[in-house]
Design a protein around this ligand. Sequence first.
Ligand code: UD1
Length: 419
Amino acid sequence: MQKLVIKGGTALEGEIPLWGAKNSALPLLAATILCKGETALENCPRLTDVFSACRILTHTGCRCSMNEHTVVVCADAPDTSEIPETLMQEMRSSIVFLGALLGRMGSCQVYYPGGCELGPRPIDLHLDALSRMGAQIERYDGRLECKAPNGLCGCNIHLKFPSVGATENIMLAAVLAKGETVISNAAREPEICDLARFLRKCGALIKGDGESTIRIKGVKELKGCNYRIMPDRIAGITYLSAGAITGGTLKLLGVKNSCMDNVLPVLEQSGCRIDRAGDAIYLRAPKRLKAVSRLRTMPHPGFPTDVQAVIMAVMTVAEGVTVFEENIFECRYRHVDALVQMGAEICVSGRTAVVSGVKKLCGAHVAATDLRSGAALVLAGLAADGITEVRQVYHIDRGYEAIEKILKDVGADIRRISQ
Ligand code: UD1
């Protein structure tokens, strides 16, 4: 077991380069199964979830190797469409392999994906959509057997909620299906557009990604290509927030500006100066941050649930009251107890959390309970008086590559210790 030990109080200063987005890398890795020949995904973050996806690819008979930040996959001859339970349980996103395997092999046997710390995460929208496309799905005690003996067929699918994973699974199943698939109320997250861009580069016919209606015309085959994964907007906001909470000055490199437009105004309202130049974002924090009135998590282009925890950490030391409303997941306030232990004043009632900013946090021994809550505690530790220890770092390693090195390079006093 490892923990991060942080001595707070240093204003961060310097440059932070961004790697590719985890939430894009995982569906892209699943998509490589659909492609004949070799695919190279560049700018791929070295994260435990990415390694899990590579293990699934290898298990299905694809050749998969990772060198530095490039993953090369050859899916010429996948020889099984079965993913064992242990691999499925390693991460929630293993479910995107369902659409890809069905699309390429016409069948798959998988298990319900790993349990989740954020509350129930059903996959009914995924399964309903694939059934409508002609998949026969049998459920046996946690196992799913899916067959499409006559191949998948395009159809109209209306999602009752714009689920990111369901939209991705349908796209993966539809690119090689017969006819046209139209997804209405589709997710509009930038990672959906990244998946569509990749699939188009491989030969797929997709229109409307980034909008509510996505149209996909099935093609006979896809060919692998070289593709650069989009930068990680959630990691980007996390690092800018680290600059904000410490009163620092940071420059984030390798960013596509528009992908963060739904969160940067929040940092600006809190008093940070943000300047953009080309692919860089520059943040200069004020001496004392200001609260922002109300933040409601919503599907893109709304305020993302994935930054709720880190922005909450920032608001714990801002002057005034910030009200959060979490509308995407049921249990996404698990960082609150630890923040309160560090001196924050937060009151939770149902989906609402009211944060009254305090002047200073104090170091404490806390544990990450999920990926983004772990990042929030690291940020709180950077701003707190004294020493903070964050246990259960494996949650953080799922989504932040070498977080301690990146923060140390901009002046943080942070160490990883193996217990
Ligand atoms: C993705 C992201 C995750 C992010 C989330 C919301 C990846 C790898 N993960 O997760 O970081 O927090 O989007 O932006 O990209 N739902 C159903 N039935 C379904 C599917 C979803 O009810 O079949 C519900 C979920 O319980 C949840 C909501 O829809 O309440 C959002 O889920 P979804 O958009 O599917 O999130 P993920 O794709 O799992």
